[in-house]
Design a protein around this ligand. Structure first.
Ligand code: ADP
Length: 218
């Protein structure tokens, strides 16, 4: 073997070993923040990542960033999002898989808006099993339907999000939630990981309830 080839071989070998080593992070603490559109996942996520130093992975934010950059993924996703429908599983799972790989040194992930189907939940469990770092808990924000619609319509007045400005699209998103996403809670209930939190009331009170549940599991 030429010296250059040997070096290339060695550097490839050591890199892949390092990558495997880095991906095995047994102390990682991973949470899912769950709930229907408008339940306050984004608001509470911002506070939780600051308090616990977790990496926030919101599929909604990741998709909107792909749309803003006009990537092929973003262009495909947009056609579903504009109708209030879920983006196909394989698109979202691929996106989350790369985001996990790109943040292998984090203390833990806070998943927001993902998983949204049982297939996504199974894929996430496999990805995290590979890292030796399962989901510690799924925190589920409970908010009544009329309150959700009120909040989303109000958010639409300032957020610039096209899917928040039309009540028909808002109702379609809530229908998708009931049809496809509630089953994700059943998936994690089997493992005793679901914690229900009242998502109505003061933002800080809800945050305190979330923190109490997290602290009890850390
Ligand atoms: P909200 O919780 O208010 O619906 P998000 O920002 O989480 O807002 O999601 C906006 C849209 O992005 C969804 O209506 C859906 O079309 C798409 N989306 C986000 N996350 C997922 C996901 N995990 N699977 C499929 N589609 C998703």
């Amino acid at each position: 073997m030429l010296k250059r080839e040997k070096l290339a071989h060695f550097s490839h070998f050591s890199h892949s070993n390092l990558a495997n080593f880095a991906s095995l992070n047994l102390s990682m603490f991973n949470l899912i923040l769950f709930g229907p559109p408008g339940s306050g996942k984004g608001t509470q996520s911002e506070k939780l990542i600051l308090a616990y130093g977790l990496k926030h992975l919101s599929t909604g934010d990741l998709l909107r960033s792909e749309i803003a950059q006009q990537t092929p993924l973003g262009i495909e996703a947009r056609s579903f999002m504009d109708k209030g429908e879920l983006v196909p599983d394989e698109v979202v799972i691929g996106m989350i898989s790369s985001a996990i790989d790109n943040n292998s040194q984090t203390k833990g992930f806070l998943f927001d808006g993902f998983p949204r189907t049982p297939a996504q939940a199974e894929a996430l469990d496999k990805l995290l099993e590979f890292k030796g770092a399962p989901i510690a808990a799924m925190l589920s924000l409970e908010v009544g339907e009329e309150e959700l619609i009120k909040r989303l319509v109000k958010r639409g007045e300032t957020s610039g999000r096209s899917d928040d400005t039309n009540e028909e699209i808002i109702r379609a998103r809530l229908a998708e939630y009931h049809k496809k996403t509630t089953a994700v809670a059943d998936h994690y209930k089997v493992f005793g990981k679901v914690v229900n939190i009242k998502g109505e009331g003061q933002i800080d009170e809800i945050f305190k309830s979330l923190c109490a549940e997290i602290d009890a599991r850390m």
